[in-house]
Design a protein around this ligand. Structure first.
Ligand SMILES: Cc1ncc(COP(=O)(O)O)c(C=O)c1O
Length: 338
């Protein structure tokens, strides 16, 4: 039987047997009536680690980001973010549709914003301009190829945002990949952003769920917005249990995903059909092909290797917990054949 290697995203993972067992055993309650005990445990655990007063469990990373944007802004405000940001590209126009805000896109190599750009992009405070109120950062930067800021860079950008009177949100969908790459600890991020989102359903291998972190006042506001958006969940502990398990067991192993993405990149390096590669820092490898990128997506698919087209000619492969060394060897052999 032909091998299938699904490199489209780190969201395609299946919960492991041990994770499923943890989910089955979780004590559950109605989270919207009197709090689900396992959800509360996860929220307290993660808020404490990342140095926030509270956390809120949400169905998705998109919902966390959208709640944060709504909570930090007023209709008619402007949001600053990098031009490759997930909140701009892949959240269904939510900045405009949900928060009624405009967006100013910042440049920066590999998705990384230089702090000097923030000052230059703040609107004048008069009746003509949109009020610039929020800076949104992303770590790792998905569309740039999983590139990382260091915690120190995030501290610097947040300090500059605050100095200019902005609120700062950090989309940390893959923040644990950044921690592993930089050999850092959540404490290195303490007191930087005003809010942060963390996804459990990416490299950590959970079936669903993300957390939004912030002050108690911010989370109280966020909880109302979550309800309004239909994101309140009842026996959510069944998902939270997967998160607790993943935080305890799936963080250190992320360096294996990073190593495998590096091996895939090396194997593409000398091939004639590959025209450009962004050397991966974490688990996301993006590259361009000499010919039609979609033709290569189709070709690889005939060998059971599934990858995606990110737009603008970029193809993406993402390593994750369900990819092993044999899968990488198989990919290398196919890359040589096509
Ligand atoms: C950087 C980033 N932020 C947010 C999200 C949204 O997460 P979700 O798919 O859970 O809505 C993603 C999803 O891939 C992402 O890559």
């Amino acid at each position: 039987m032909q091998r299938t290697v699904d490199l489209r995203s780190d969201t395609v993972t299946q919960p492991t047997p041990a994770m499923r067992e943890a989910m089955l055993k979780a004590p559950l309650g109605d989270d919207l009536i009197d709090k689900d005990p396992t959800t509360r445990k996860l929220e307290e655990m993660i808020a404490d680690k990342w140095g926030f007063e509270e956390a809120l469990f949400c169905p998705s990373g998109t919902m966390c980001n959208q709640i944060a944007i709504i909570a930090h802004t007023q209709p008619g405000d402007e949001v600053l973010c990098h031009r490759l940001s997930h909140i701009y590209w892949y959240e269904g126009g939510g900045i405009a549709a949900n928060a009624l805000c405009s967006v100013r896109l910042l440049e920066g190599e590999h998705g990384i914003i230089d702090p000097t750009l923030i000052h230059q992009n703040i609107n004048a405070t008069d009746d003509h301009h949109a009020r610039t109120t929020l800076l949104s950062l992303e770590n790792t930067v998905n569309k740039a190829g999983g590139t990382c800021y260091t915690a120190l860079q995030i501290q610097g950008l947040a300090a500059e945002g605050h100095r200019l009177g902005l609120k700062v949100h950090l989309d940390g969908a893959r923040i644990y990949n950044a921690l592993i790459y930089n050999n850092e600890d959540p404490a290195d991020y303490h007191k930087s952003a005003d809010s942060m989102s963390i996804c459990l359903s990416k490299g950590l291998g959970c079936p669903a769920g993300s957390l939004l972190l912030g002050s108690s006042e911010f989370i109280a506001k966020a909880r109302r917005i979550r309800k309004r958006l239909g994101g309140g969940m009842r026996q959510s502990g069944i998902l939270a249990a997967a998160g607790i398990y993943a935080l305890q067991n799936h963080v250190k192993r992320l360096d294996e995903d990073h190593r495998r993405a590096g091996e895939l990149a090396s194997s593409l390096a000398d091939l004639q059909w590959v025209s450009e590669i962004i050397p991966p820092q974490t688990n996301i490898l993006i590259f361009k092909t000499a010919g039609d990128p979609l033709a290569y997506v189709k070709k690889l698919d005939t060998f059971g290797i599934r990858i995606i087209h990110m737009g603008q000619g970029w193809l993406r492969m993402v390593t994750h917990i369900d990819i092993c060394d044999e899968d990488i060897d198989y990919c290398k052999s196919v890359f040589l054949k096509i």
